[in-house]
Each structure stands twice: as C-alpha cells, then as structure tokens.
Design a protein around this ligand. Structure first.
Ligand code: PXL
Length: 283
C-alpha cells in the first residue's frame, strides 16, 4: 500500500474560475505531491475578468468542516486564505490556537491582482489581533503589507524590508513580502527570527496579469512546509514552482493567461535554472 503523502489543509474561498482561492491551493498541493483538503469559508461567482458575487459561509459550517476533516486526516500544514467575515476568521483563529503544533501559513488576502477589495475593514482588525499572531509565516504582497503596517506605500526594497520586519515584531510571525517588481528581477523579502533574506527570480513578462499567482505561491510554501522543508527551503522552492507555472501559462482567446498549476518537478528545476532562481533539491 502506498504511504500517505503529507497533508495540507486550505481554508479559504471558492473561485469558480479555478485560478485562485481553494481551487488554486488544491491543484498546487497535488503538483507538489501533497494530499489537499479544504474548508470553504465562502463562495464566489467569478471568471478571469471579474468577481460577480461572494457568499460567506456561516460559522457553524466552517467549524463542522474543520471537525470532519480532523477526525480522519493527520494535518501537516494549514494555509489560511480568504475569510470573508469577522465571524468566520474568529472561528478559524480559535481552532488554530487550540492546535499549537500545526504549521500555519496566513495569506492576508486584502485585494486581488485586479485591485478588487476582498477584505472588509473590520475583518482586517481580526486578522491583526487573532490570526497573524498564530501564523508560522504570513505572505502579504506589497499592497497588503502597507495596509497591515499602516504605511503609505511599500514599493521599494527598503520599505519591503521595513514592512516584513515590522510584521515580525508587531505580530510575532515570520513574514514574506511578495511581488517586488524590480524591473528584470522579481523580489520577495523574508523577515524571520534568524534575520532578513531576499529571494529573487527573473521577471517573466506575460501580456496580461495572471490571476491567482499569490494563492499558488503561498500554497506552494505550505506544501513544502508540510513535506518537512525548512522555512528557507520552502520559500525558495515555492518560487521555482511559481516561475515555472507562469512560464507555462496557457492563454485564453480573450487574452487572459492562466497560471498552469500542473508543472512537473523537472519543469520547475528547468525554469529556476533558466531564471537564476535557486532551488534546494532533496539529498
Ligand atoms: O488571489 C486572491 C484570491 C483569494 N481567494 C479568492 C479569490 C482571490 C482573487 O481573486 O478569488 C477566492
């Protein structure tokens, strides 16, 4: 009988397009050889162009999903994406506080790449007070980092470093500020207890912005943590996965490029070699 793979749980919102949200996370977990389970906190009707509606799942159904999964699966890592209401985020934060040994990756999704707001201001307060203090790693993009740290903007390397360090000191969670577009290189900044680190790769230019890159990026880090990789290895190898999946993204007739979650490990190694991003392979 095959041995059971590492188990990753994603807690987040359904994206009917399959490009972001829990669908993106589950595809990423499979690509990285983890078993994926999901707790749905909300449902969107959306395609690659826009979000039409979002329904928040009532808290009791969130707790019921968490309890059902836990009774049969030994979870190795959890990724928390969008919790569309303060009540749903409180239920999730409480459940995680009651399980202090789990790796918890929090992707503080505040807006999507099209600039559509996904988090109400009262939910941001619960995120700060209850969820971030329970995170092993938080992965805000530059916009979200500025919002969480009350900075006017977070555009250059110095402000990405200040935001990552500020998150570590204020909320006690290691923080990866993602998406620094430094022209030819794309840069992420990690602040952890052992110091600051930069992770960069060649910027892959596509004709349109690709939906759901942030979701897949953080899900890939969670999968790598579930496999037992260190924080540094997890972040490094997740960037190779994202570079490969952007390079392989197919295009729809209307011009949208679609993140290709299914890249193989071989394609990840080739893409990271080509882009100059490092990758740590198992011994
Ligand atoms: O990429 C952030 C994100 C997370 N979760 C859901 C989304 C999006 C962006 O559209 O739809 C469900």
């Amino acid at each position: 009988m095959a041995s059971f793979p590492p188990v990753c749980l994603t807690i987040g919102v359904s994206d009917s397009s399959g490009g972001a949200g829990i669908q993106a996370d589950l595809k990423t977990f499979t690509a990285l050889q983890c078993y994926g389970a999901s707790v749905v906190t909300g449902v969107t009707a959306q395609n690659f162009t826009s979000i039409q509606t979002m329904f928040a799942v009532p808290e009791q159904y969130i707790r019921a999903q968490l309890d059902a999964i836990e009774s049969e699966l030994a979870i190795d890592a959890v990724k928390v994406g969008l919790c569309p209401s303060a009540a749903s985020m409180r239920v999730v934060a409480r459940w995680l506080r009651e399980r202090p040994k789990l790796h918890v990756l929090v992707d503080p999704v505040a807006a999507d790449s099209r600039g559509i707001a996904l988090l109400q201001p009262e939910v941001v307060e619960v995120l700060r007070a209850e969820l971030l203090p329970r995170a092993t790693l938080a992965t805000p993009n530059r916009f979200e980092a500025a919002l969480l740290m009350n900075m006017d903007e977070c555009l250059d390397i110095e402000s990405m470093e200040a935001a990552a360090k500020g998150m570590l000191h204020t909320h006690g969670c290691a923080t990866l500020v993602t998406g620094g577009n430094m022209g030819a290189r794309s840069l992420d900044v990690l602040a952890a207890i052992d110091g600051l680190r930069h992770f960069d790769a060649e910027t892959i230019i596509r004709s349109t912005k690709i939906h759901g890159v942030g979701c897949a990026h953080s899900a890939a880090i969670a999968a790598n943590l579930a496999k037992g990789e260190s924080l540094r290895e997890s972040v490094l190898n997740a960037k190779a996965y994202v570079s490969a999946a952007i390079a392989a993204a197919p295009e729809l007739e209307n011009g949208h490029a679609v993140f290709w979650h299914g890249v193989t490990v071989k394609e990840q190694v080739m893409a990271s070699d080509a882009s100059g991003a490092q990758r740590i392979l198992p011994e």
